[in-house]
Design a binder for this molecule. Structure first.
Ligand code: DX5
Ligand code: ZN
Length: 226
């Protein structure tokens, strides 16, 4: 399998110091570890989820402040309208929720046309099967392992069944997709997620709640690779 990717979520970082918080997980912080592969940016609109975080202006500033590719996770309504501008701004990957639109394929096409990778996210209780057909239009599948909206929640291990299923499909060569997991990933849970076949691990509180966020990234990567 490929080397595990770690995507620290700035949801648990200090929003007044995002440049420094990005640098804290960047390259060269911990010997032997390349640093964060992606920086995970949780966009919440207080409608799709009961919480409000940040939007395009903050992402545009963050793009100037860091070289780490931005993995924007849009927990918002109307992604068809709001998602493509994140791609135009320069986000590396733009993920939106399957539950938020009737036409995920059209949204993915617009994101890709604007120059970014496209990601589809499914909430813990959303089945994978109805979306298998359209995943050829996506670059990443983000499996939520908590209900979206807040950091620091407990890992829902039942979603690993969906990870095992998509892992088999990808390994068969039928799809070329990065399998990403988000929610409750920490030293106690990352190994079971890795075993199920996750490629990219989002971690918020486990990274930014640590004394040394860079060291936490290295530790999680070592566990995922074991
Ligand atoms: C939750 C967000 C997550 C969050 C994860 O809705 O999508 O990215 O930051 O936080 P932890 O890792 O603390 O569960
Ligand atoms: Zn997220």
């Amino acid at each position: 399998s490929v080397a595990p990717m770690i995507a620290p979520s700035i949801l648990s970082a200090d929003f007044a110091n995002l440049a420094a918080e990005s640098a804290a997980v960047g390259p060269g912080r911990t010997a032997g570890d390349p640093g964060a592969d992606w920086l995970h940016v949780d966009v919440m609109d207080a409608h799709f989820v009961p919480n409000l975080t940040l939007g395009l202006p903050v992402v545009e500033s963050l793009l100037k402040a860091t070289d780490i590719p931005l993995d924007c996770h849009l927990m918002i309504e109307d992604p068809g309208i709001w998602a493509p501008p994140y791609a135009e701004a320069g986000a590396y990957n733009v993920t939106f929720h399957a539950e938020a639109t009737d036409d995920p394929t059209a949204v993915a096409r617009d994101i890709r046309a604007a120059g970014a990778k496209a990601g589809l996210s499914i909430k813990p209780n959303t089945p994978l099967e109805p979306y298998l057909e359209i995943l050829r239009d996506f670059d990443t599948l983000l499996v939520m392992s908590v209900e979206p909206g807040f950091g620091g929640q407990s890992f829902i291990a039942e979603v690993l069944e969906k990870v095992r299923t998509i892992r088999k499909v990808v390994d068969s060569g039928a799809l070329n997709l990065i399998v990403e997991i988000d929610g409750g990933i920490n030293a106690d849970t990352i190994e079971q997620a890795a075993e199920a076949g996750v490629d990219c691990f989002v971690a918020g509180s486990a990274v930014y709640g640590a004394t040394d966020p860079g060291k936490a990234v290295a530790g999680l990567r070592a566990q995922a690779a074991a």
